[in-house]
Design a protein around this ligand. Structure first.
Ligand SMILES: Cc1cc2nc3c(=O)[nH]c(=O)nc-3n(C[C@H](O)[C@H](O)[C@H](O)COP(=O)(O)OP(=O)(O)OC[C@H]3O[C@@H](n4cnc5c(N)ncnc54)[C@H](O)[C@@H]3O)c2cc1C
Length: 386
């Protein structure tokens, strides 16, 4: 059992329910059991596995199964219990849960000492189900290579156009993987990026955009900036220019949507991770990950890095809150770097400071290191210093 400063347990068999088995939920689970192995943890998630979603674009190279960690495996590794269900969560229900210290899941009423909400954030395109249109959720069900092969098989590839919609980090990572995949299968289909902004990766420094757009030109990826997606028809895509609102169509066989995250169902927390509703603190209910906004100096970016740090902090604070001193630790984590991969051998990112830009193999190596660190956490080895 590892030592947690400012924590002396005053109660054995603490009952903790974690809602959501993504990065934040899993980081909390492993942290709780590292410092207090006798904690009774119930993990509730409608799925049957944790998905290492930060690798999802790599399923053009590797099987999707490589990214799935069955919750049953975590149950036997950590002695926790997984319940496959979707928990109803809104402000009124959370206030009720704080009073009753119970949640109802199906027929079962579950008691808890602490509840951690780690439900993530839904993507904007998740409810699209239309022929000729794919979105992120399709890639969580089948690997990219399978999806594209089955769609391209129907017609001759020459003269086909595949559109990636959205030039944010996720869209760009998929774009380069798709380009390399098309080259590997010798497809003659053309690839085009449709983006509502004037440059790709707009949230990052201009130098990133220049680097990525140059690579796109070298790889014959067409680019339509300042353009809105309006819909995919049988063999055309409907678009609208941002500045003149003029509608136009281009040939298209497939549109793949990466429209970013919906900023819905976000919960506000104090600096310690406890949910705050109408200025009232829900002392026994914590929140972490993409669905949380902490009122603190730490980073609220919707990244796996922040999700892991918030999940770990929430777990430590749950234990401290339950212990003798009740002294909690504020969330101060700042992003240490961020890397966007551009296919198997290239990437662009920063380390330490946004101005310290890295490209090529060193950037790929940093990304792999960060992801390996989370894999180690999953296997029970915590190598995070901050
Ligand atoms: C393709 C892709 C690549 C990315 N690459 C990077 C990267 O390189 N670096 C980086 O830092 N970030 C990256 N991100 C962002 C990162 O994945 C997210 O910030 C991170 O997954 C957030 O973790 P989370 O635990 O908050 O939510 P999630 O990982 O989304 O997990 C939420 C979990 O909650 C469950 N859930 C939802 N609602 C309920 C409910 N009502 N009841 C029960 N369970 C529920 C879901 O099933 C899910 O398992 C990437 C994202 C994508 C999509």
């Amino acid at each position: 059992m590892a030592f947690l400063p400012f924590f002396i347990s005053k109660q054995s068999k603490l009952k903790v329910i974690i809602v959501g088995g993504g990065y934040a939920g899993i980081a909390a689970l492993t942290t709780l059991l590292r410092y207090a192995p006798d904690t009774e943890v119930i993990l509730i998630d409608p799925g049957s596995y944790h998905l290492k979603i930060t690798h999802l674009h790599e399923t053009f190279r590797y099987p999707l199964t490589d990214l799935l960690v069955p919750f049953s495996e975590l149950e036997s590794r950590y002695g926790c219990r997984h319940i496959s269900a979707k928990v109803m969560l809104d402000q009124a229900l959370l206030q009720q849960y704080q009073i009753t210290k119970q949640i109802r899941v199906g027929e079962e009423v579950l008691d808890f000492d602490y509840l951690l909400v780690a439900t993530g954030c839904e993507n904007r395109s998740e409810r699209h189900h239309q022929d000729g249109v794919l979105s992120l959720s399709d890639f969580t069900a089948s690997s990219g290579s399978e999806l594209l092969t089955s769609l391209l098989d129907h017609q001759s590839n020459a003269g086909q156009y595949i559109n990636v919609i959205g030039g944010g980090a996720t869209g760009i990572q998929f774009l380069f993987e798709i380009k390399q995949f098309l080259a590997r299968i010798r497809s003659k289909a053309s690839l085009r990026l449709i983006h509502s902004g004037s440059r790709v990766l707009q949230q990052f420094p201009v130098a990133w955009s220049r680097y990525v757009e140059t690579r796109m030109q070298e790889m014959d990826i067409m680019f339509c900036p300042d353009t809105y997606y309006c819909g995919q028809q049988t063999d055309t895509i409907r678009l609208k220019t941002k500045h003149t609102s003029e509608h136009f169509e281009l040939p298209s066989s497939l549109s793949i949507l990466f429209l970013g995250k919906k900023q819905e169902n976000l919960f506000t927390a104090n600096a310690f991770g406890q949910i705050v509703i109408d200025d009232g603190i829900l002392g026994n209910i914590f929140v972490a990950g993409d669905c949380s906004q902490y009122q603190s100096l730490g980073s609220n970016s919707q990244t796996a890095q922040s999700a892991v740090r918030k999940g770990k902090l929430s777990a430590r604070n749950i234990l401290r809150h339950s212990g003798l001193f009740g002294l909690l630790e504020p969330y101060l984590h700042q992003e240490l770097g961020y890397v966007v991969s551009l296919g198997s051998a290239d990437a662009v990112g920063w380390l330490g400071s946004e101005m310290n830009i890295m490209t090529g193999v060193p950037a790929v190596a940093i990304k792999e290191l960060v992801e390996a660190q989370f894999d180690l956490l999953l296997s029970g080895m915590d190598t995070y210093l901050v």
